[in-house]
Write a protein that binds this ligand. Structure first.
Ligand code: GDP
Length: 337
């Protein structure tokens, strides 16, 4: 939960000057703060916003095992080669970025890591069902303020995560692989609608062409809801480093189109709206649930409702009344001379 009270958290001034001086350790520490100390978020956001330069946030999503980490590493190298700085946020506890996976991937990652214009950070997905960590947008803010031009947000890729990544990113790359029925899964989850660029990875394996045909066919028969033209579909092998230049070029041109169309501004506005709503909700809940003393009763109440098979809504209404009363009493107390 994010505290919106002024003054409970003070950022260490040496840490802040180190961050301003471009020290990587300070960048890492700020990300740890937004990840682990929610009370630090308001002050850090206040300080970051004037520094943010609009680094483009690119969500890289898709089912587990399709090669998202491999693609992320190859794309990061292209961005670096083109003179861009790159931040990578990997939201996956078993990601190669954390050192938990395939040796080959770690070796590839090393070549990105060695460049001081690249900053790689993994975030644990915290909410227990594989979703994005709530700190993801704030970590992206830190990387943006640190001067990263391209911020790649790679997800663990299960269910809701793909849709969450949409909220955190300016554009979304959906990675698929041949012959696994991914397209059907993606269709079911509504993911085809949200992707701005499709990448069929593992083109060195059989079936890439037929997946390409199926996708093209799908786009022909299903005009997208927003009436937009079908997004580009590219085919590559990240492992063999084939076709990745084309993916990079298509991505940059998509970024140009979307920026010109005002989409990025709209995305920023939506992120801002969500942050405001979430922070107000958290703030009111923290303050008044404590005042009304309702928080501690919820586990027992839930057990009781489950045991008796009753709807929670009468209890929810009663709790809301208690919270409103507590808020009213507090205001009256303040108004009294
Ligand atoms: P993620 O779970 O989506 O992040 O997938 P990874 O990047 O960890 O890759 C999963 C596996 O697929 C690893 O063994 C990779 O080496 C392999 N892989 C990635 N890209 C390719 C590719 O283009 N071709 C083939 N054959 N294998 C690949």
């Amino acid at each position: 939960m994010t505290s919106t009270e002024e003054g409970p958290f003070a950022i260490d001034s040496a840490l802040w000057s180190d961050f301003l001086a471009g020290r990587r350790l300070a960048c890492a520490r700020l990300i740890s703060l937004v990840e682990n100390v929610p009370e630090s978020v308001p002050e850090i956001r206040d300080r970051l916003i004037p520094l943010q330069k609009g680094g483009v946030r690119i969500g890289i999503t898709g089912p587990p095992g399709v090669g998202k980490s491999t693609v992320t590493a190859s794309l990061a190298r292209r961005f670096l080669k083109a003179g861009r700085s790159v931040g990578i946020i990997a939201v996956d506890p078993s990601s190669p970025f954390t050192g938990g996976a395939f040796l080959g991937d770690r070796v590839r990652m090393q070549s990105v890591l060695d460049d001081d214009r690249a900053f790689i950070r993994s975030l644990a997905s915290r909410n227990g069902h594989g979703g994005l960590s709530p700190a993801t947008p704030f970590a992206a803010d830190v990387l943006d303020a640190f001067g990263m031009d391209r911020i790649l947000i790679e997800t663990v890729g299960v269910g809701q995560t793909e849709l969450d990544v949409l909220d955190c990113s300016d554009l979304v790359v959906l990675v698929l692989q041949p012959a696994t029925g991914d397209v059907i899964q993606a269709l079911k989850a509504g993911i085809l609608e949200i992707a701005d660029l499709f990448l069929i990875n593992k083109s060195d394996l059989p079936g890439a062409e037929s997946l390409l045909d199926s996708l093209r066919f799908l786009f022909e028969i299903s005009a997208r809801r927003d009436g937009a033209a079908a997004p580009p579909v590219l085919v590559a092998s990240a492992l063999k480093d084939q076709g990745v230049d084309e993916v990079h070029a298509a991505l940059e041109s998509r970024i140009g189109e979307l920026a010109a169309s005002g989409r990025f501004e709209e995305k920023k506005r939506r992120r801002m709206e969500r942050e405001i709503r979430d922070a107000i909700r958290d703030c009111l809940w923290e303050r008044y649930s404590a005042l009304a003393g309702v928080n501690d009763d919820i586990p027992a109440l839930s057990a009781e409702l489950v045991r008796t098979g009753r709807s929670p809504y009468p209890a929810i209404r009663a709790l809301c009344r208690m919270i409103t009363l507590a808020a009213g009493e507090e205001m009256e107390g303040k108004a009294r001379p």
